[in-house]
Design a protein around this ligand. Structure first.
Ligand code: A2R
Length: 317
């Protein structure tokens, strides 16, 4: 089986390249000119804003499965750069869909489109666990573009009979993730305190919110299984199905710390619109592929902390 990952140089891309190459796939991955990619795959330069270039790559590789990961993936950036976010996430995704329609062998390729649990947005707490049929009320620009990408994906699947599977991935974490995400943020701060590079205070936001965290290694396994067993035209939630509080994430991270650390609430980290609980129903993906999260939240936190400790050592050399 041949796989092509569009946007392979990002956080998830590196893990997906590993997952697929370890499971016998011939892996191709695209990156922007400025990015680096691992040697476990064949790299191709691609900007999804140029549809003809996507068609060329699809024709050249003729993959069995395409993973569309390329995105402006930051909620924060989506507020400051809404046009860029819409261009990459919506127009770029339409370019991918059009390329699938126009390339020579597109009817024999499966496209996995990566959306987000953020698409659900302003939910009623009693709607949890959120099933895929729950109405979407995106609460930020990033989420709105992902909902739009998905709606257009559904239209292409139906109108042009293309083989497209869509996912809504909830919070996923692991080593190498940007510290704009909570687990990575806490672990990075702890590692800096341990290394005496920061005062012994960890800055936190709203600790009562409950979110669903899955290890990125489990998430990419779900992506692989969906290529094999997912049902064409379907949308799948991907998550653990069990939310925990940010307080629990903090306490667990602190329990692994080799230092005395005070907790300090930072008003800049408090979001006025924080929804109390977001938790997906993951029975659909389990029914169709047998996938469920296997790596514990505690393990993810431990591995992320170890990653940041190593990064700190590099700074000291
Ligand atoms: O923005 P950069 O330089 O980090 O590059 C990102 C790349 N990308 C593009 N690739 C091709 N053409 C473009 N016009 C374009 N704009 C951005 O997509 C980055 O290397 C990759 C996305 O990776 P991350 O930002 O690290 O996202 P992550 O966490 O790997 O998430 C993968 C997917 C995304 O669709 C998220 O929205 C979703 O999972 O949660």
């Amino acid at each position: 089986m041949k796989a092509l990952i569009i946007g392979g140089a990002g956080f998830v891309g590196g893990y997906l390249i590993n997952e697929l190459s370890e499971n016998g796939f011939e892996v191709h991955a695209t990156c922007l000119e400025s990015e680096n990619i691992t040697e476990k795959c064949t790299a191709h330069i691609l900007d999804i804003m140029y549809k003809e270039n996507i068609v060329d790559i699809f024709d050249k590789i003729s993959p069995d499965v395409i993973y569309h990961l390329a995105a402006q993936s930051s909620v924060t950036v989506s507020w400051s750069k809404p046009q860029l976010t819409a261009e990459v996430n919506v127009i770029g995704s339409i370019n991918v869909l059009e390329a699938l329609r126009e390339c020579r062998n597109g009817r024999n390729m499966r496209l996995i489109m990566i959306g987000s649990g953020e698409e659900y947005g302003y939910i009623r707490p009693e709607a949890c666990p959120l099933s895929e049929t729950e109405p979407l009320h995106p609460g930020n620009i990033y989420a709105a573009t992902k909902a739009c990408q998905e709606m257009i994906g559904e239209i292409y699947a139906r109108a042009y009979k293309l083989d497209i599977v869509m996912v809504r991935a909830f919070n996923h974490s692991g080593a190498k993730q940007s510290s704009t995400f909570v687990i990575s943020d806490f672990c990075k701060q702890i590692s800096e305190i341990e290394a005496d590079r920061k005062s012994p205070e960890i800055c936190v936001g709203n600790l009562s919110a409950m979110r669903d965290f899955t290890d990125v290694r489990d998430v990419v396994r779900a992506y692989r299984l969906l290529a094999e067993d997912g049902i064409s035209g379907r949308i799948y939630n991907i998550g653990r199905g069990k939310a925990v509080s940010i307080q629990y994430i903090l306490d667990t991270a602190l329990s692994f710390a080799d230092a005395d650390i005070q907790v300090k609430t930072d008003p800049k980290r408090m979001r006025a619109s924080d929804i109390p609980i977001i938790e997906p129903d993951v029975s659909r993906i389990f029914a169709d592929t047998g996938w469920k999260a296997e790596i514990s939240v505690e393990q993810t936190i431990k591995d992320t902390l170890d990653y940041w400790r190593e990064e700190n050592k590099k700074c000291q050399i």
